[in-house]
Design a protein around this ligand. Structure first.
Ligand SMILES: [Zn+2]
Length: 125
């Protein structure tokens, strides 16, 4: 459920990507909290993804697009993240690796959709 858009007369940052919101923002509830997101994030993500992303960022910190990925391909970034995570904890369970990978992907500005699309390329062969 999305509530009405609001106008702000002071600086507010998007809770997902930390962009300054100057015009319209959208408020949406995640669990018990109400989050503010910019129009870009609201358009970019499904409601399910908004909640997922908000929860991951709350649990592990950072914000969407925190690291600039430049011209490096999503696949390359995900492979590097995967290698890093395994080198830190090679006995980590697949579910845990998946959650940490998705969180790192978000920090690199990779959407859950792009993440899922590329996972097959990493683990499919
Ligand atoms: Zn945003």
């Amino acid at each position: 459920m999305i509530s009405d858009s609001k106008y702000f007369d002071h600086t507010v940052k998007c809770s997902l990507c930390h962009h300054e919101i100057k015009e319209r923002a959208t408020l949406y509830p995640t669990g018990l909290e109400v989050k503010i997101v910019c129009v870009d994030c609201y358009r970019r993500f499904s409601e399910e993804d908004l909640e997922l992303i908000a929860n991951l960022l709350r649990a592990y910190g950072g914000y969407f697009g925190q690291y600039k990925r430049g011209k490096i391909s999503i696949l390359k970034i995900l492979k590097a993240i995967h290698t890093d995570l395994l080198s830190i904890d090679k006995d980590a369970e697949a579910v845990q690796i998946n959650i940490r990978m998705l969180h790192e992907a978000l920090l690199h500005g990779i959407t859950p959709r792009e993440y899922i699309d590329n996972l097959e390329l990493i683990f499919g062969d």
